[in-house]
Ligand binder design. Sequence first.
Ligand code: NAD
Length: 254
Amino acid sequence: MSTFATYPSLAGMNAFVTGGATGIGAALVKAYAAQGAKVGFVDINADAGNELCQSLRDAGASVWFQAVDVCDIHALQAAITTYKGTSAPLDILVNNVANDTRHDWRDVTVDDWDRAMAVNLRPTFFAIQSVAADMISRKKGAIVNFGSIAWKAKHGGMPAYTTAKAAIHGLTRSFIREFGTSGVRVNTVLPGMVLTARQLAEHYSEDVDEILKQNQPMAGRITEEDVASLVMFLSADDSKMCTGQEFTLDGGWL
Ligand SMILES: NC(=O)c1ccc[n+]([C@@H]2O[C@H](COP(=O)([O-])OP(=O)(O)OC[C@H]3O[C@@H](n4cnc5c(N)ncnc54)[C@H](O)[C@@H]3O)[C@@H](O)[C@H]2O)c1
């Protein structure tokens, strides 16, 4: 049984998560369900998304999933509209989706650059565009955008990804004055090294513990659930005066 906090203000709330089928996104979907919130999510991975959705429904949660490539903004916005049609209004939006495929700056083409922005930056703006007007008119809403410590830690080998992530931090702060007067909050979460299945399969091998020892003062590994806990706090009324901030969860890496 989880020893993490339960937030009364999240019960019955309605959250939407991008990239929710695996990794940190899946932990977010499970955490909202565990809080008694309703949750909708999109992901390009239809099999993992359907499986997660069904398993949570079987356990009695209110969960909705649609397979969407977020690079297709019309499809993303249509999915949000469909979800709002089944379970309006939306109280919480988490812009989690990303793809941190490594790339050498020498080889990046204009198409590669545009693709990196299309998955790592553009969906965050257009998802916010789809939900903010309702939140503003209801004078309530929490938006959490995912940034990264990677660019602050001067991580090389993926400049298009790190540029997009740096822009997310600016995007968060671009909304806080306009939205804040209506009680809508926008924050950025910066995970450190979270060894999701994909991270382990694609980026790290046996040197993981050595990398952690050199860079992360706190012992142990940051889990997807640790990140979800922070996002639950930022979604709940417990953080009702937090907006425009960067919340770093990196075991002291930066
Ligand atoms: N894991 C880390 O160490 C780490 C560190 C810093 C920041 N972050 C950020 O945390 C967030 C989650 O990261 P993660 O490690 O869980 O990622 P991940 O790669 O493990 O999972 C990403 C999810 O997004 C989905 N996705 C990818 N491209 C998509 C597309 N075009 N359309 C729809 N869905 C798509 C994937 O299928 C997957 O379910 C990201 O914003 C990432 O930048 C992660």
